[in-house]
Design a protein around this ligand. Structure first.
Ligand code: CP
Ligand code: NVA
Length: 298
C-alpha cells in the first residue's frame, strides 16, 4: 500500500489488516515498541476545517516518533492559486508523507502522483476513508464484527461518508441500507459501478432502520454546502430521533462521525443516549490513523 486515497481502492484484506493493527495500537498506546516515523516530517494540508482528523493525526504522528507540520491553505501558496502538482513536487522533496483534506478527490490523487510520497485522504467531497476505518473498528468492538449485522445510514445518500460506507459494504459484504431523500440518493451510474446487491437504497428511513444493529448519520450539509437551505429542507423526515431508533434491534448502536447538529440530523436525546459509543468512535480516529501511518511509513 503506497497511499490511502479511498475505500474504493482498498481490498477487504487491506481493510481488515488496518483494523487489526488499529486494535493492536490502541491496546499498546503509551508503550509502542517501534517508532516507524522516527526522524520523519509529515505535512498536513487542510483546506477545510477539522477537529478530530487534525488532532488525531498530529497526536498519532508524534506518538509514532514523527513530526507533524500543519499547513492551512491560508498559510501556503496553494491558497493563492499555486497548482497542487507544483505543491506536491516541492513537498515530495522535503517531507516524508502528506495528509490532505480538501474538496476534489482528483487533487489528492494528483498530489500522490506528483509528490511520490505516501499520501492520505483526510476527507474530500468523494470519500472519508480514515473515518470509515474508525467506524468499522467501533462496530467490531461493539459486535465482534459485521457478519450478519445490518448497518443503516440515514441522511445524505451521496456524501463522502455515504460513499465510503457503500464501498466498505461492497468490500466487506455486510448489509447496508441507505435512506435518503429522492433528490439526494446515489445516482444510478454510481450504483452500477458499485454493483453491490448487499447495499439497499431507499427513501424510507423506517425501512433502513428496521432491524438495524448500527444506525449511522452525518450532517445534512457537508463542508462547502453551507447555506443550501433547499437541500436541508428535504431532510426533515430523515432525522435520527427516538422514534426511528426504536425500529432498530434492542442492542443497536448509533454512530455519528461528528460534528453533530442537534435538532437537525440527530436529536439531543439520541446523541446523548449514545454518547459513549459516539465518542469511542471519535477516539478510534487516533488508533485508525496510527494504523494507516504504520502501513504507509517508508
Ligand atoms: N469526523 C471528522 O472528520 O471530524 P473533523 O471534521 O473534526 O476532523
Ligand atoms: N460529510 C461531512 C463529514 C464531516 C466530517 C462533511 O464533509 O462536512
Amino acid at each position: 500500500m503506497n497511499h490511502l486515497l479511498s475505500i474504493e481502492e482498498l481490498t477487504a484484506a487491506q481493510i481488515t489488516a488496518l483494523l487489526d493493527d488499529a486494535a493492536r495500537l490502541k491496546a499498546e498506546r503509551g508503550r509502542h515498541a517501534s517508532q516507524p516515523l522516527a526522524g520523519q516530517t509529515w505535512a498536513m494540508i487542510f483546506t477545510k476545517s477539522s477537529t478530530r482528523t487534525r488532532v488525531s493525526f498530529e497526536v498519532g504522528i508524534r506518538e509514532l516518533g514523527g513530526f507533524p507540520m500543519f499547513l492551512s491553505k491560508n498559510d501556503i501558496q496553494l491558497g493563492r492559486g499555486e497548482p497542487i502538482k507544483d505543491t506536491a513536487r516541492v513537498l515530495g522533496r522535503m517531507v516524508h508523507g502528506c495528509i490532505i483534506r480538501t474538496f476534489a478527490q482528483q487533487d489528492v490523487v494528483d498530489f500522490a502522483n506528483f509528490s511520490g510520497i505516501p499520501t492520505i485522504n483526510a476527507l474530500t467531497d468523494d470519500e472519508h476513508p480514515c473515518q470509515i476505518l474508525a467506524d468499522l473498528l467501533t462496530v467490531k468492538e461493539a459486535f465482534g464484527g459485521w457478519e450478519g449485522k445490518k448497518i443503516a445510514f440515514i441522511g445524505d445518500g451521496f456524501s463522502n461518508m455515504t460513499i465510503s460506507w457503500m464501498w466498505s459494504a461492497k468490500k466487506l459484504g455486510f448489509e447496508l441500507a441507505v435512506a435518503a431523500p429522492a433528490a439526494y440518493q446515489p445516482p444510478a451510474t454510481f450504483l452500477e459501478k458499485l454493483d453491490a446487491p448487499n447495499v439497499l437504497v431507499t427513501t424510507d428511513p423506517v425501512v433502513a432502520a428496521r432491524g438495524a444493529h448500527v444506525i449511522n448519520t452525518d450532517v445534512w450539509l457537508s463542508m462547502g454546502q453551507e447555506g443550501q437551505q433547499e437541500k436541508e429542507e428535504a431532510f426533515g423526515p430523515f432525522q435520527v430521533n427516538a422514534d426511528l431508533v426504536a425500529r432498530a434491534v434492542p442492542d443497536h448502536i448509533v454512530l455519528h462521525c461528528l460534528p453533530a447538529y442537534r435538532g437537525k440530523e440527530i436529536t439531543e436525546e439520541v446523541l446523548e443516549k449514545h454518547a459513549d459509543i459516539i465518542f469511542q468512535e471519535a477516539e478510534n480516529r487516533l488508533h485508525a490513523q496510527k494504523a494507516i501511518l504504520v502501513a504507509l511509513a517508508k
